[in-house]
Design a binder for this molecule. Structure first.
Ligand code: GLA
Length: 678
């Protein structure tokens, strides 16, 4: 067993006991919203559900520091004591996500300012920007106070730093941020001419003669410079991370043995935080994941996100610290989960490496902005379908305790999905707005996992030595050295698949000249001299079969053969997909967004060349994932179909205790976890 090698350069996490005895199970607990008599009922119901861990105090700053420097701990003391008495651990939050009203009113300058120059008003959450020195001072005083208060409390298991840093406070364009941004640039580039060169400021005569002239990308009549936009994304991520690090330094000093994390938001469209970098700074990677009810493929999105989190965690177990028991409250229509979906969602995260499943939140609020967001214990109370499902899930997680610490073994196939490419795609105007950063990575991941192929989703700088197949789907930005690392895969007989809209720009978001895709011309043995995006709804025919949408290019073969051809339109006869062979290795290029069937066939060809097999012999509709550890081999099979599906496996289903020899039939919508016999 070996972690993916990306982990090799991670710092050794502080030694700590896992936060729970088995898998972690629980949710955000906000007892401050309820009278004290409810707390005892909470404890009893948590015990009934098998709750091991709660995130506590996430938004409680205003109820703990009730006026400048005036602390009221009594209520939290009682809650911490109750948790300890009931054997429940606290992922205790530094409550900095919600500054108190008195602070916001006394120091309005801590609030973020929008690109249009509007300062956020108090009343929301994360109402501060990370470059605010005043905010930092108040926040760290609060962090020190709570750390000193509970440093020896038996309920304290994990520090939950703030909440979703960069969610509501993603970017700020205020003057204090502008100064921090200039300092960041000076540190990165040294002198202003290096900035001019990197961003190409000769365009529109935007040349700077000093750092003091550089502004954040505030609203203006046209789009800002793509290099500036991308650097501002990086600066913002670093500024948020610096806030996390400042809180961490205080916590480390006061409680050196308590692990520290902050909840990421790896789900759907990547936000401003470069989580692959942040992951190196947490003791335990923790993620929040919410499905979109209107998305018929939401379980596939979940699988991709969970694999991405595992990639960031270097293959180590991670924690699903928030998901929803049922509906959320922030979609247009907040669809309830379908029968069994809660269980499938939670166990799918566990299958893909999570060592716990937690929720937002424990008890559903009756007041406040999230009064219609679901919870483990709904408005209806314990006599409810949702709570019964939660109790059952708690029992499932208890039965799965033996898998804690096992890992999803390094796959033979990797998809690169890099934060910088996502940031580059939204930084400046591109050939088509129909290109979205997740479309092709999702499709590739889904088409592979539907075949039972294990896939690792890796950041762009990951080590690629272990992989037989590496897919680079619409990764616009080529980090320095990536082309060489991919060439090394091909040279050792591995297989690389690169798609359109990859390697078009370098790390400064400048186009790499000489033909497309500039970074990978030699690797792929092709050259395109023009991009011809397709209009919405427009499709090209591909020979021998299939269609293309969104993107096409005029590709010329240099040192490669065509494996599919465009069959109509102005590019008729030009390659749609190409392959360069180097000994036993291959480099395949996909120049169009082929339909899923065609894409699936192309991927199947590459898998065949590489000799990559499914991890289990399963019928279509079954999601299969294996975790392996010292305690055994565990095959998860999740049935997303509406009829039973079979998988070949022998062993005991940890969820039912049933023994299977040879074939396991998984009922529609059900999950089995087979502890496989040797
Ligand atoms: C995020 C936050 C929670 C809550 C949920 C609602 O994950 O961290 O506090 O607002 O969203 O889905």
């Amino acid at each position: 067993m070996r972690f993916i090698s990306h982990a090799a350069d991670l710092p050794t996490p502080t030694e700590f006991d896992w936060i729970a005895n088995g898998l972690a199970f629980g949710g955000d607990y906000n007892p401050e919203q309820w009278p004290e008599e409810v707390w005892l009922e909470d404890m009893a119901l948590m015990r009934e559900a098998g709750v091991t861990t709660v995130s506590l105090g996430v938004f409680a700053w205003g109820l703990l520091e009730v006026a400048d420097g005036v602390f009221e701990w009594d209520w939290l003391d009682r809650v911490m004591d109750l948790l300890a008495e009931h054997g429940i651990g606290a992922a205790l939050a530094t409550p900095t996500a919600a500054p108190p009203m008195w602070l916001m009113l006394a120091h309005p300058e801590i609030a973020p300012v929008t690109a249009e120059g509007v300062r956020h008003a108090p009343g929301g959450r994360l109402g501060w920007h990370p470059s605010s020195a005043v905010f930092r001072r108040f926040a760290l005083r609060m962090v020190r106070a709570i750390a000193e208060r509970y440093r020896d409390h038996p309920a304290l298991r994990l520090w939950h730093v703030s909440n979703e840093l960069g969610n509501e406070n993603a970017r700020s364009y205020d003057d204090e941020t502008a100064e921090a941004w200039r300092r960041w640039l000076a540190e990165r580039y040294g002198d202003i001419d290096a900035v001019n060169a990197a961003w190409g400021t000769a365009f529109w005569g935007h040349r700077y003669t000093g750092f003091e002239q550089v502004l954040p990308p505030r609203f203006s009549s046209t789009g800002a410079n793509p290099g500036l936009l991308l650097d501002f994304e990086r600066f913002t991520s670093d500024a948020l991370l610096a806030h996390y690090e400042a809180e961490r330094a205080v916590l480390r000093e006061v409680t050196p043995t308590i692990p520290i994390t902050t909840n990421f938001m790896v789900q759907r469209e990547p936000g401003v935080a470069d989580y692959a970098r942040w992951a190196r700074e947490v003791d335990l990677v923790a993620n929040d994941h919410y499905t979109v009810g209107a998305d018929p493929r939401r379980h596939a999105e979940l699988a991709f996100s969970a694999d991405r989190v595992r990639g960031m965690a270097g293959g180590r177990p991670w924690l699903l610290i928030e998901h929803a028991a049922a509906a959320v409250n922030w979609q247009r229509v907040n669809r309830a989960k379908t029968p069994g979906e809660l269980r499938r969602n939670s166990l799918a995260h566990i299958a893909r490496g999570a060592d716990g499943a937690m929720f937002f939140q424990w008890r559903q609020s009756t007041a406040g902005a999230e009064q219609h967001h679901s919870a483990m214990l709904p408005h209806a109370g314990a006599d409810s379908t949702i709570f019964r499902d939660v109790v059952r899930l708690g029992a499932d997680l208890a039965a799965l305790a033996p898998i804690r610490g096992s890992v999803v073994p390094t796959a033979r196939v990797a998809i690169l999905f890099d934060h910088d490419s996502a940031a580059a795609l939204r930084s400046g105007r591109k050939p088509t707005e129909l290109l979205t950063i997740l479309d092709l990575p999702h499709a590739v991941h889904r088409l592979l996992t539907e075949r039972g192929i294990a896939v690792d989703v890796l950041p762009g700088d990951a080590e690629l030595d272990d992989y037989a197949v590496v897919v680079v789907p619409t990764q616009l930005l080529a980090p320095a050295g990536l082309a060489e690392r991919l060439a090394a895969v091909v040279d050792r007989g591995g297989h690389v698949v690169v798609s359109f809209a990859s390697g078009l720009v370098d790390e400064t978001n400048r186009v790499i000249p000489g033909g497309y895709p500039g970074a990978f011309l030699a690797l792929l043995g092709i050259r395109a001299d023009e991009i011809l995006p397709l209009l919405e709804g427009e499709r090209l025919a591909i020979a021998p079969s299939g269609t293309a949408s969104i993107w096409s290019e005029r590709v010329e073969l240099v040192d490669a053969e065509a494996v599919a051809t465009i069959a109509d339109g102005p590019l008729a006869g030009r390659p749609a997909a190409t392959r360069r062979r180097v000994g036993d290795g291959t480099a395949t290029y996909l120049a169009v967004r082929a339909d899923d069937e065609t894409l699936g066939a192309l991927l199947a060809d590459v898998l065949a060349l590489a000799g990559v097999e499914p991890i289990a012999d399963a019928e279509p509709g079954l999601e299969v994932v294996r975790r392996v550890g010292e305690s055994g081999r565990f095959l998860f099979a999740i049935n997303h179909a509406d009829a039973p599906r079979a998988v070949r496996a022998s062993g005991v289903d940890l969820l039912t205790g049933q023994r299977h020899d040879g074939t396991v039939s998984v009922p529609a919508g059900a999950v089995v976890v087979i502890e496989e016999s040797a």
